[in-house]
Design a protein around this ligand. Structure first.
Ligand code: SF4
Length: 468
């Protein structure tokens, strides 16, 4: 009887030892490590996140340096010449420091450009080719499947801080703006069905994300390609359409920020949602210019819209709305009069946030074939400086009106007594910030109420009023 008990005891110990050794073997097994360089716009960043999520789910680790990686993926940008150069340099650096490099992203649509400079890259794939990137990684660095270790956070792998995330709702674009080669690189508009987008947004909110930034090439065109097909979400049929998406997202109880919106008529309805507080009063609309002739040469969507009247109407409905936009100066054929027309337009539009680029001819863009005289480089630079000077004055005047007001902000960083936060008027990376004094105890990702104490050209100073 005793001998039987002893045997049983030892067999349990032997069993546990075997399990322990098995776990030890798993832990010591070399996990394949992938280095990742993500260049370009937030849309490319979301592509990177998808690839990384998939790789992490398969047991790959993300290396913190080229030297620590077994292989490097470079997600490139090919939007303008400067971005192409940056991408080619990044590939060169990864090759020099690691040697095994897979290239993807927008520049991947022009493989010869990459091979001319870096013939030793292992593989090149174009934008949105997640499957091909992952298959290439498998080929050169096979996965080690281990369910104990293949843990991925519910919200996937994100390259943004935990409290905000980009939500990509579509790929490609149906427009043919003459300065842009994105449609030839990324193809026509392909919307994600609304159910899929809303499920992802719900996951993000559940995982603690406080701000969701909706991105695409043309957010207001969302669903056109799917003929606005409906899908159920939370027991209600929702159509794959810009307004329906914004309305459903507003139910999640987190900040919703809309980027890359064009001034189509149905945007007015979305501005009403902003007035109700469900969506942040923030519109990112790339106007690009104000002269009708230049807009037509640019082949811009809604070139003939009276944008000043639209902006005035939106401000009547949602007085706090912050409007951000980007512009191009020095487009081929732009005269001094047309540029002054743009300045006059900006003076009247009183946009809150603007970015301005000097026109640069991108290889393959239709604008290169326009029979219009090129604007000399020094005039482009001078026009940009004049434009930015005016926009800084407008921004400073608009921000000064906020002094003394109370507003909610989202905390991005805390350093001792100072916190850096953003208000509804500030998208991460591209807009201004709110510096909070006396911020001890505040946590990154928290919402707080502040009182604005001072304003600069782009940023605000504040004191803490209360934690939300
Ligand atoms: S709307 Fe115009 S600028 Fe924007 S992605 Fe489409 S073609 Fe390019």
């Amino acid at each position: 009887m005793l001998a039987g008990r002893k045997e049983c005891f030892w067999s349990i110990i032997r069993g546990q030892l075997a399990t322990f050794l098995e776990i030890l073997k798993i832990v010591n097994r070399k996990t394949p490590k992938v280095g990742f360089v993500s260049l370009g716009c937030p849309k490319a960043l979301v592509d990177s996140e998808r690839i990384l999520t998939r790789l992490r789910a398969e047991g790959y680790e993300v290396a913190g340096s080229f030297a620590a990686a077994d292989l490097v993926v470079v997600n490139t940008c090919g939007f303008i010449d400067a971005a192409v150069d940056e991408s080619l340099d990044a590939i060169g650096e990864a090759l020099a420091e690691n040697g095994k490099v897979i290239v993807t992203g927008c520049l991947g649509a022009q493989p010869q450009k990459i091979l001319d400079r870096h013939p030793q890259v292992l593989k090149i794939t174009g934008p949105q080719r997640y499957e091909e990137v992952v298959a290439s990684v498998h080929e050169y660095l096979p996965p080690v499947h281990e369910p104990f270790l293949d843990l991925v956070p519910a919200q996937g792998v994100r390259l943004t801080p935990r409290h905000y995330a980009y939500l990509k709702i579509s790929e490609g674009c149906n427009h043919r703006c003459s300065f842009c080669i994105i449609p030839s690189m990324r193809g026509p508009l392909v919307s994600r069905p609304i159910g899929e987008v809303l499920r992802e947004a719900e996951h993000l909110a559940r995982a603690g994300v406080k701000e969701i930034l909706v991105i695409s090439q043309d957010t207001s065109a969302y669903g056109v390609d799917l003929k606005y097909a409906a899908q159920p979400w939370r027991g209600v049929e929702r159509r794959t359409r810009f307004y329906d998406l914004a309305a459903a997202l507003s139910e999640l109880g987190v900040w919703i920020r809309l980027h890359y919106v064009y001034p189509y008529p149905h945007v007015d309805q979305v501005v009403e949602l902003m007035a109700d507080g469900g969506v942040l009063p923030y519109l990112d609309i790339p106007f690009q210019h104000a002269s009708t002739r230049i807009l037509k040469l640019m082949k811009r969507p809604a070139a003939a819209t009276n944008t000043l009247a639209r902006i005035a109407a939106w401000r009547r409905v949602t007085p706090d709305i912050a409007i951000r936009s980007t512009f191009i100066v020095g487009f081929p054929g732009e005269t001094e009069r047309e540029f002054v027309e743009l300045l006059d337009w900006l003076r009247e539009a009183q946009l809150d946030r603007v970015g301005c680029f000097e026109y640069s001819a991108v290889e393959g863009a239709a604008a290169n074939a326009l029979r219009q005289p090129a604007v000399p480089a020094e005039i482009k630079a001078e026009r940009r400086a004049r434009f930015m000077e005016l926009s800084a004055q407008i921004s400073a005047a608009r921000l000064a009106q906020k002094v003394g007001r109370r507003m909610p902000v989202l905390i991005d960083a805390v350093d001792g007594d100072i916190a850096v936060a953003r208000s509804s008027a500030d998208a991460p990376e591209i807009d201004g910030t709110v510096r909070i004094h006396g911020a001890k105890g505040l946590k990154v990702g928290a919402l707080a109420q502040v009182r604005i104490t001072a304003a600069g050209a782009y940023d605000l100073e504040a004191e803490l009023a209360q934690l939300s």
